[in-house]
Design a protein around this ligand. Structure first.
Ligand code: ADP
Ligand code: MG
Length: 247
């Protein structure tokens, strides 16, 4: 029986007719996304693939509320973002979206625990003991508890990416966006980081949208969305046997 207290919809993200142009009103105006429709449900683990310059990062920036569409609508957790001012967008982003970038944007002079606490600090304004417990719990999950007090500048690339993953999850966001999270790692570290994303997806039902150039990693996702020249040209489930073979 359905739980009456559960939200009726399990949609985490909806894009409808989303377009994005750069240089609007200048002679160099160019449209790079030409009407994107996309729905992600809670708990989906999706790869976003496509050639360089096809619009993947632009799409991620829109979904991450770092930029606004030129046209079309974007819903996060059922909330229409069109009507929101910048402060409301910042709040919605902080509470609902985690980011993992290829270049992790960690603060090298801060410790691993301090970096993971950062999103909590931005949301709650002042540090408290609960924040540190959350940060240490996440560092434990990514296998870095012994490094909690190390400056991230002293950690390896793979370790830094694990800190970035812990930080992305600090607010337990329903949606995590990852732009080539394994792009600058060796194969073994890349596999480890990818396994970790998958584990987070399975234990927390977090929805993931992961840009990757690596076809083998894409095959390990539940669903592959392919963008070419600013349009989604393919979107389908990865059959379980193929997913298992790639793992
Ligand atoms: N700020 C910007 N101003 C102008 N053009 C941009 C800007 N950002 C991206 N583009 C262009 O949009 C297209 C898509 O870029 P991008 O989303 O970064 O592609 P991808 O991430 O798939 O490699 C490219 O042609 C790129 O040059
Ligand atoms: Mg890109």
């Amino acid at each position: 029986m359905a739980d009456a207290s559960a939200p009726a919809s399990t949609e985490v993200l909806r894009l409808a007719g989303v377009r994005k142009s750069f240089g609007v009103g200048t002679p160099r105006e160019v449209e790079v996304l030409h009407g994107v429709d996309l729905v992600l449900q809670r708990g989906e683990f999706c790869a976003l693939i496509g050639p360089s310059g096809s619009g993947k990062s632009t799409m991620l920036n829109l979904i991450g509320l770092l930029d606004r569409p030129t046209a079309g609508t974007l819903f996060i957790e059922g909330q229409d973002t069109r009507t929101l001012d910048d402060a409301a967008l910042t709040r919605l982003r902080g509470r609902n979206i985690g980011f993992v970038f290829q270049h992790h944007h960690l603060i090298g002079a801060f410790t691993a625990a301090e970096n993971v606490m950062m999103p909590l600090l931005l949301d709650r304004r002042r540090p408290d003991a609960a924040m540190r417990r959350i940060a240490e719990g996440l560092l434990d999950r990514v296998g870095l508890l012994p490094w909690k007090d190390s400056r991230v500048g002293n950690l390896s690339g793979g370790q830094q990416q694990r800190v970035a993953i812990a930080r992305a999850l600090a607010m337990y966001p329903p949606l995590v966006l990852a732009d080539e999270p394994t792009g600058n790692l060796d194969t073994k570290s890349a596999d480890g980081v990818f396994d970790l994303l998958r584990e987070m997806n399975q234990t927390s039902r977090t929805t993931f949208l992961i840009v990757t150039h690596d076809p083998r990693l894409a095959q390990r996702c539940d669903r592959i969305i392919e963008v070419v020249d600013g349009r989604i040209v393919a979107d389908g489930a990865v059959p379980a046997p193929r997913r298992i073979a790639a793992s």
